[in-house]
Design a protein around this ligand. Sequence first.
Ligand SMILES: *Cc1c(COP(=O)(O)O)cnc(C)c1O
Length: 378
Amino acid sequence: MKPLKMVDLELEQRLLGPAIEAGILEVLRHTQFIRGPEVTKFAEALSAYLSPPGEKVHVIPCANGTDALQLALMALGIGSGDEVIVPAFTYVATAEVARLLGVGVRWVDVSLSHFNLLPEALDAAYTPRVKAIVPVHLFGQAAPMEPILDFARQKGLAVIEDVAQALGASYYTPHGPRKLGTLGDIGCTSFFPSKNLGCYGDGGAVFTRDATLAEKLARIANHGQSVLYEFVDIGVNSRLDSLQAAILLAKLPYLDEFNARRQAAAAYYDARLGGIPGLIIPQRVSWGDHIFHQYTLRVRDGRRDALRAHLQAHQVPAMIYYPKPLHLQPAYQSAAYPPGSFPNAEQLATEVLSLPMHPFLGEDQLDYITTTVEHFFR
Ligand SMILES: *Cc1c(COP(=O)(O)O)cnc(C)c1O
């Protein structure tokens, strides 16, 4: 059996290596390492992938997913004195960029069953300073967008979707499926190597249906420059390299197939682990896809760390995403949010355990991982 890793990029290289290498060589030959033709080509390809029939989703590549979130806030004019609503159980980047811009964070609790923010908690989080909600499609599963968008519409708020873990997944609207990240005002994603669509370094993108907002996002990502040496906004320098764009161009055509392979691995995990008392397999929501950026179990009865140690002793890596909710992190804690403020987020931090997940898990590996889990509970 091939040794287990949480994410194994070697096998993807066996399949895509020649296409990726040809793309890289092309960049080496033309030497346009910044703003090369690959960047525009990739933005167009991703736009075509994300756009529903008869609509255009504009894609602006940038340097990473954290920058994507920052660009979104800047383009919407959200700054000092404003507030945004963010789930307490997510990766730090979602809240970090707000605080960096002097924007206050109003946390909301998440669901114990699907891990995404609870729309019924939005009202308690709302203040007149709130300008946006930032739902995260955590672990690859759609957040409950309809009630979130309804609440935002009622209060006149923007919705910035953090789709870094769920690129390619859809939300089921009455008019058919729609890619996550294209339902709110702006979608933000990351191409960090371990993401469902990853490059071989850092990368990210923002998307929007609004052409004017798209122009502003592109301008802010380029020092606020409208035409050469005309600076109309305070901007940042946030670019996707030509090399990374070339790699992403080779990988994008495989995104759906790779997501389907993740779903197949998740189905295997479910079938083997679903009946174990004390173990809760990931719940699927009715309103959208789960493309399993992570396969995350809940381990009950305080046995999570013991299970993780057992797995590690048998060479099965397992990770805790995330061990501490953001409202309790040293840099983010405040008297307004003491321990106990968000019981679900706090409980999940003690229960979650993510198993290896990538598109190339072999059946021998899946059998070994699940057998090792079964042994622990026997
Ligand atoms: C990975 C990730 C980010 C940040 O992306 P980077 O490219 O690492 O900056 C933001 N939000 C979520 C939910 C993520 O998983």
